[in-house]
Design a protein around this ligand. Sequence first.
Ligand SMILES: Nc1ncnc2c1ncn2[C@@H]1O[C@H](COP(=O)(O)OP(=O)(O)OP(=O)(O)O)[C@@H](O)[C@H]1O
Length: 340
Amino acid sequence: MSIEVKNLVKRFGSLAVCNNLNLEIPSGELVALLGPSGSGKTTLLRMIAGLEQPDSGSVLFHGADATFSDVRDRNVGFVFQHYALFGHMRIADNIAFGLRVRPRETRPSEAAIKKKVAELLKLVQLDAMAERFPHQLSGGQRQRVALARALAVEPKVLLLDEPFGALDAKVRKELRRWLRRLHDEMHVTSVFVTHDQEEAMEVADRIVVMNEGRIEQQGAPDEVYDNPATPFVLKFLGDVNLFHGRNASGKAEADVSYVRPHELEIVATAEADTWAVTLAQTLTVGPNTRIEFKRDDDGSYVDVELPREAWINARDRLNLINGCRVHLKPRRVTRFAAPV
Ligand SMILES: Nc1ncnc2c1ncn2[C@@H]1O[C@H](COP(=O)(O)OP(=O)(O)OP(=O)(O)O)[C@@H](O)[C@H]1O
């Protein structure tokens, strides 16, 4: 089922929370809505779901206008951050719930429901947990049950709002990969909301970057990361150093240059496009070392990031110690016009 959002506007009071959004999601795609808190991601998801109505514009499901159709007629499955499982029901009954509450004419037989639940338990790798209650499961397992429950009614569209938000970093990572694999098996058109750029990059076919109720850019993760359309996208997708007004050789420029910390090389001598700097301090976290330099020309700080071994090599080769003076050479510079 493809989804199309056309000129969608939603205001709360005078605030345009979604400000003329246009979006096309092809059937079977997994799309991440990525943006900071308050950028309108959840509101957009809720309008696609039918839980919220727009002030103007439309939502089309497979080409047909669904803007004002009832949430029950849209055939969407939901998974939210806080697993809303029924605490008094066993896991198998939680998953079966959506099928059992169907009207008699469309309700599958109890044998068919049991078969479906067994399949889903296998899919989310919780076969052994069927008879447990939600409180006997870990957070990650409960979130997998929530997903199985959403999938039980065979939705045409799956909507996930920060589904892994409440879980610890390690479980989050596991569940992301697992969601990606699950999506590759099921091919249900899926939209998930996140404010975590790493999560969006790792899981989604396509990322929609939102800011203040607008779509800043959309595209494949690599496309958006490598060719950011705006300074906002560039900054939101990872750390970046800003160089105002001057290029590396000191020539005045109207543009702002942006260089990511891992795209700077430490060199001993000045070249055409290098910045003269003084080493301020280093910090090693896990596999990477972050080296902070102070620019000689304007005193601003510049971060360089290197794999730990590359840093040790550079340090030994160039005799790098705090206070020493070297030069930084960008491998790649992105320029945008300076804001007026
Ligand atoms: N029912 C409502 N009434 C009034 N304002 C609302 C309502 N729902 C959301 N808002 C406001 O709309 C803006 C966007 O909210 P939304 O939840 O869509 O953002 P978000 O990008 O999903 O943020 P988060 O990541 O924090 O959930 C916020 O400023 C929020 O306060």
